[in-house]
Write a protein that binds this ligand. Structure first.
Ligand code: C2E
Ligand code: CA
Ligand code: CA
Length: 737
């Protein structure tokens, strides 16, 4: 392109119009040319020449046939001849050309007829602009759009393209199909027309959502809504839009988006929701039921947790809570103080044992009712457990709690002592009562209860059927009892409890026939402690089986070398008799010690037989089955009947010491002893008289037919060494005889 002189305003004014026009034509990058009617170049600007690699002067007089490939030249020529002949211009005609050098380009060509003053066409003016770059860009866009469109349509998505500036829109085939709109059918692209098709329930929401979208606030948006199909039903559409062009104010000028028909999904969703709701409803019903049951269980548990189900009285927990509250609020209420009373029944256990639990329950219910009647409405009566009741006595003005409590205690002892009828029989129990005063004996529930408990134990110790107030020395007694328990436990575990042996004699021959194993314990600091004291503790600690087996093991060892006709008698506690393992354990120990079962006898008391005759019978049968003999101990003190004697097969019976010792002073006792002996003999049962201390007693028993006996007269329980000596002596005496 020729250099254009930089013309100042002053020089411009002096330049000729031809010069200025030439400068203008030469500086334009478009191709400008003038041709005659035969399409020969008359004028061309440098852009035309340069593009062909020529000088402008080289072009003049030439035609396109001289410059371009033939095909292209023919096209140019034909177009130009048409313009020259018809006088109709060609404006902005886009044409694709391949130049002589093989270059391809897009041109926007305008060719206009050139006329002389007479209006005659003398040639043409041509203007060509290279639009290759724009064309390529457009092509690329169209290609990518069609690819995108194709992919979306293939995936069942309808494509739409809204030009918000001019209100035009494009809707794809799938978009139309979705709505039942034909491919050639015109679609009103306005928002109003669209909203009219939208389900009324979704309309307001969509207006708001699309407003927000069109304002340019959202870079992407997705709506779910219902749109009316051509045939009237509604389809669910998921519409995703994306603004692609914006106005200068930021609002959206063009949005492209896709629509997906999600009606199927929505139906499935609705069905699933329905099913879910059905399941949920069922669950809810089940839950409600479960909840009701739980509530009921809770209420029951709560009531059980607070009440004794047998008597309906509050239980120990509630009692402690009530006591706690009374103790804490007493000073505020101005009440002087209160008393706590523990009522424990006397002689209740045998009733339970002999007449059965149902009878025991009747007694407890009756006593509970009597206590309720005796107390004032402000007092709390509770069952603390077993045959133990608790009462909180709140003193009224003008009376000390001690006075109130002792008056009540006397009435209780009298009332509880009255017979209780069980069916057609009647039984009697008594009450031992302990009383603690608040705040003298304690200012909290726990301390007061403990104090009342101690006082109750004292009442029991001192002969029952009485009441005692707490005194400080009881604390020590309690402490002692606790220490003793710990010592007993240790003694059993360390095997400090030893077997002693008391001789059993065949009276008529004055001959040793066996030994009763009696437990002995020497306390490390307190010396000898009797089995009457420690055996109940061993039982309470649950260690009686351990102790018994240990004694038997040691006794078998001790007696092994004694004469083979000397028996061993082992005391079995009532609780232990019910242990189904007992026969097996006994047999195990005997076989281990190689001690014949026939040389062992066990002694059981009547009490152990009464509680559950069936269990007792089974145990006895099993024990006898392995060859061990059974003696009924302490006969006469308990409640055994002839029934027991004939029904349960004992090998011996032992008449209780109390009958023997009172025989001299009480002719009735002697008679009883006599009839027991003759009864036993009639059943073929040997009898052992216990506690023979005097020669006279021995004679009396022999006279009445007693065969066997035991007592201080023959010897107290002795350690193994002495028993061995005695056994050896008996043996030699026997040998001598
Ligand atoms: P029990 O089975 O009736 O034992 C006989 C008790 O009478 C023994 O008392 C014995 O020492 C005592 N005794 C024997 N002859 C006379 C006498 O002529 N005069 C007096 N006053 N007493 C005599 P102990 O050893 O104090 O035992 C008392 C109770 O303790 C026993 O009564 C028994 O029930 C129980 N016991 C003792 N050792 C054991 C044991 O190893 N196991 C079990 N379960 N209980 C035992
Ligand atoms: Ca015994
Ligand atoms: Ca006895």
């Amino acid at each position: 392109m020729p250099e254009i002189d930089l013309l100042t305003t002053s020089t411009l004014g002096r330049a000729s119009p031809e010069y200025l026009l030439r400068a203008l034509v030469d500086s334009v990058p478009d191709y400008l040319f003038v041709k005659d009617t035969k399409s020969r170049f008359v004028v061309a600007n440098p852009a035309v020449a340069e593009d062909l690699g020529l000088m402008v002067s080289d072009l003049i007089g030439k035609t396109d046939f001289d410059l371009h490939p033939r095909k292209l030249a023919e096209k140019f020529f034909a177009d130009e001849q048409a313009v020259v002949e018809s006088g109709k211009p060609i404006i902005d005609m886009e044409e694709f050309v391949v130049t002589r050098s093989g270059q391809t380009k897009w041109l926007a060509t305008s060719k206009l007829p050139l006329r002389n003053a007479g209006g005659e066409i003398t040639g043409l003016v041509g203007v060509c602009r290279d639009i290759t770059a724009r064309k390529l860009a457009e092509q690329a866009l169209a290609e990518s759009e069609s690819r995108w469109n194709f992919a979306l349509e293939g995936a069942g998505q309808g494509v739409w393209d809204h030009n918000l500036r001019n209100g035009t829109a494009y809707f794809s085939a799938t978009w139309r199909k979705m709505r039942g709109i034909g491919l050639d059918e015109p679609v009103d692209p306005s928002r109003e027309a669209w909203l009219e098709r939208v389900h009324p329930d979704d309309r307001m929401r969509l207006i708001a959502e699309t407003n927000q979208q069109n304002s340019g606030e959202l870079s992407q948006n997705a709506f779910e809504y219902r749109e009316r199909h051509r045939d009237g039903h509604y389809i669910w559409i998921l519409s995703r839009g994306r603004p692609v062009e914006f106005n200068p104010d930021g609002s959206v000028a063009r949005i492209i988006g896709t629509d997906t028909d999600i009606s199927g999904l929505k139906i499935a969703e609705a069905r699933a929701a329905e099913e879910k709701e059905e399941v949920y409803r069922k669950h809810l019903a089940a839950l409600e039921k479960a909840h009701e049951a739980t509530e009921a269980a809770h209420r029951l548990a709560e009531s059980l947790a607070r009440h004794d189900p047998l008597t309906g009285l509050p239980n120990r927990r509630v009692f402690a809570e009530t006591l706690d509250r009374v103790v804490k609020t007493a000073p505020r209420r101005g009440a002087a103080s209160c008393a706590v009373m523990i009522v424990d029944l006397d002689r209740f256990k045998p009733i339970n044992d002999i007449n059965g639990h149902a009878a025991g329950d009747t007694v407890l219910r009756e006593i509970a009712a009597r206590l309720g009647l005796l107390t004032r409405c402000g007092d709390t009566v509770a069952r603390l457990g077993g045959d133990e009741f608790g009462i909180v006595v709140e003193a009224t003005a003008g009376e000390s709690p001690a006075e109130a409590a002792s008056a009540l205690a006397m009435r209780i002892i009298e009332s509880v002592g009255r017979p209780v009828s069980i069916g057609d029989r009647s039984v009697e129990v008594g009450a031992s009562i302990g009383i603690a005063i608040c705040p003298d004996d304690g200012s909290d529930a726990e301390t007061l209860l403990r104090a009342a408990d101690m006082a109750m134990y004292r009442a029991k110790d001192e002969g029952r059927g009485a009441f005692r107030f707490f005194a400080q020395d009881m604390e020590n007694a309690l402490r002692e009892r606790i220490t003793l328990e710990q010592d007993v436990r240790q003694a059993v575990l360390e095997r400090a409890i030893e077997p002693y042996y008391q001789p059993l004699m065949l009276l008529t021959e004055n001959r040793l026939v066996g030994f009763e194993i009696l437990a002995r314990w020497t306390h490390p600091t307190r010396g000898k402690i009797g089995p009457d004291v420690f055996i109940p503790i061993v039982e309470k600690l649950g260690l009686i089986a351990d102790m018994t087996y240990d004694l038997l093991r040691r006794a078998c060892r001790d007696a092994k070398h004694w004469s083979s006709d000397i028996t061993l008698s082992l005391n079995i506690s009532p609780l232990h008799l019910c242990d189904p393992m007992l026969p097996v354990k006994l047999l195990g120990i005997l076989s281990e010690a190689d001690f014949p079962p026939g040389r062992l006898e066990i002694e059981v008391t009547e009490t152990s037989l009464i509680a559950d005759v069936d269990v007792a019978r089974a145990a006895l049968v099993a024990i006898q089955g392995v060859g061990i003999k059974i003696a009924l101990d302490d006969f006469g003190t308990g409640y055994s009947s002839l029934y027991n004697l004939s029904e349960l097969h004992f090998d011996k019976i032992k008449i209780d010491r109390s009958f023997i010792s009172s025989m001299q002073s009480n002719p009735g006792s002697a008679k009883i002893v006599g009839s027991v002996i003759s009864l036993a003999n009639s059943l073929g049962l040997p009898v052992i008289a216990e506690g023979i201390e005097e020669w006279q007693e021995l004679q009396e028993i022999i006279r009445r037919g007693g065969e066997y006996g035991q007592g201080y007269y023959f010897g107290k329980a002795m350690p193994a060494v002495e028993a061995s000596e005695m056994a050896r002596g008996a043996n030699s005496k026997l040998k001598r005889a």
